[in-house]
Design a protein. Structure first.
Ligand code: HEC
Length: 115
């Protein structure tokens, strides 16, 4: 009985930890962290999320969320991480990220967004 309660408490605690640290736990010492300028993955985003696009050419992408410059990408790095990690972005119908491109965004956003 006591063990079951303790297990439940531990389980809920680990859920809390995961909620705080994002969906993916990246060990930044173990992965390759790309620089923004070297990342090919952004090309899968900037046909909608670019500061040079407005109105209908953004295909519905929110006007404040862009990945065509380092500063803009850093500002929305966390939300890019969660969208890419969950597979919500790029949206269905758009070219998917390769596994390597997905890692680029997840590792970059998780590990201090190097320029
Ligand atoms: C075909 C156009 C298109 C492409 C390509 C695209 N997006 Fe989006 N994005 C959208 C649209 C439309 C929305 C708003 C609707 C939604 O959230 O599903 C959006 C919303 C978002 C949001 C906000 C989500 C929220 O909950 O507020 C983020 C962050 C995002 N996209 C990141 C990305 C990233 C990172 C990529 C590239 C890996 C990408 N998107 C590729 C169209 C696109």
């Amino acid at each position: 009985m006591h063990t079951a309660v303790r297990t439940l408490v531990l389980l809920s605690l680990s859920h809390l930890l995961f909620a705080c640290s994002g969906a993916t736990n990246v060990d930044c010492k173990q992965v390759t962290v790309p620089k923004y300028a070297a990342m090919t993955a952004w090309a899968r985003c900037t046909n909608c999320h670019s500061s040079s696009l407005s109105g209908g050419s953004r295909a519905g992408a929110p006007s404040g969320i862009n990945y065509d410059s380092y500063d803009a990408a850093v500002a929305d790095a966390d939300i890019a991480l969660s969208q890419v990690d969950s597979g919500s972005m790029p949206p269905s119908g758009s070219p998917k990220l390769s596994a390597a491109e997905k890692d680029q965004i997840i590792n970059w956003a998780s590990c201090d967004t190097p320029q």
